[in-house]
Design a protein. Sequence first.
Length: 364
Amino acid sequence: MRCLIWILFFFVPAILWSQHSQLAGEITKIIQYDADLSYDLTPGFVVAISDGDSTYVLPFGKVAGHKDMALDASAIFETGSVTKSLTSLLVFALDQAGTLRLSNKVNTYLPIEYQNPRLKNLTVLDLLNHEAPFPKRPHWFGEHEEDPQNPYKFYSKNELLKYYSSFVPPKNQTDFSYSHINYALLEVIVENTTATPFGDALETYVFQPLGMTNSFIDFKEKKEDVITPGVDRSMSMAEPWSFNSFAGSEGLKSNATDLILFMRAMMGQSASSLDILANNILSLEKPSYNEKLYYTSGWHGIKINKRTKAVINNGNTNGHSAFIGMVPENKTAVVVLSNSAFGTKDLGLLILRMINYNWKRRPQ
């Protein structure tokens, strides 16, 4: 028996190391031959993969601004619009708890002075699915900002609500209109219904149940240097974004290990109460840009072929980029976080294709 224990002690880690090495080798091939990726523009990135019951986290490249320092697998990045996917899960969790209702009108969750009668039929679910009439950002957003590299730093929630209350919907409104405003408003609704800051609500309803210990919205006692350095499009060191509003759209800071835990929940594999919400979120398919693309409450969907759908999200800030993607029926997911505004292009989707056998994999 003792002999068997010693064999397992050495043999099992060797198997795991071999699998990591094999994956790293396959990803390196994708970088060399398929992905439009340059280490000159993107110094480093971290890849996390979930495949059935197995997870892997693999760092590549260097810390931005430190050519001799390897990027650590536990590095924390800004995630930009990937935040929307977690905001969606939070809102569905609050609906499950009875704190708010997806079918309720947005106006009912706002102070009376900011309610807009022209938007009297707009619902919480409309915001989640980008079926509101707003542009991508307020039309005059950024025109008078004090810090162009940190665009949300001085844009307050009062300004956002004034914009909402005075908004006149366009006459030729499309059914799908991707807008950061939708998720900025969801942030306000979450705070008004829970009577807590948005970051605290995420901590209570999403991070803690999933064991996401390296994810946050507000720095609070954390210092900005907990985030790995990043470079902007001029290859200068980038300042982390800060938020007076729009944190529900762009504000998440996290690492690959935490985000793969989130992805497993979205595939029903977290053994938490959030698992049952994943199917509700991913089943609300709404047409978006063309017949092969759709949107579903914080996620972009791609109809790969008749049998396979991939669900993804991307995000960018001034110095970081992020990708999350999964094929839920195959229980496969990929996270890619990079320390550059240039990002990793289509690397995340290429890795997702690889672990799904060039999109020919079948559910087990």
